[in-house]
Unconditional design. Structure first.
Length: 142
């Protein structure tokens, strides 16, 4: 089974037993976390949420908290003697997807009696025809 899930504001395509790095999550090493905002699931049939699929969640386990590689930010203005060098290391959490649960797709609602009667009434009324254009008679003088 495959799912697209939103984790910490970013969307990830995940499968069971997959390991991935996400932005730092609260929790300790070994904790279980659950993500309820599943946007799409593929299990033979494709289920698209609007905006999320109801009743489906992704369970994961926190493996480790790590830092990404250093990113160097260097600013310079030519001929002005201005140079600034900064560095940044993003805080990440490594997680492993344990399961994608609740795969039952939500069933479509049956049309209620009121909705069906409104549809029938709307179909019976004929559309109004536009009014015929009146042409002015030209008077010819002899």
């Amino acid at each position: 089974m495959l799912a697209i899930v939103e984790i910490a504001g970013l969307q990830y395509k995940v499968e069971q037993n997959q390991k991935l790095f996400v932005n730092r999550l609260k929790g300790e090493k070994g904790d279980k976390v659950s993500f309820d905002k599943v946007l799409l699931t593929i299990d033979g049939a494709i289920t698209v949420g609007a905006p999320a699929v109801e009743g489906v969640s992704v369970q994961a386990e926190i493996l480790d908290h790590v830092q990404a590689d250093k990113v160097i930010v260097f600013k310079k203005k030519r001929r002005k003697g201005y140079k600034v060098k900064n560095g940044h290391r993003q805080q990440l959490t490594q997680i492993q997807i344990v399961s994608i649960g609740g795969a039952d797709a939500p069933k479509a609602k049956k049309a209620t009696k009121k909705e069906t009667t409104e549809e029938v009434v709307a179909e019976e009324k004929p559309a109004k025809k536009p009014a015929a254009k009146k042409t002015a008679k030209k008077d010819t003088e002899d």
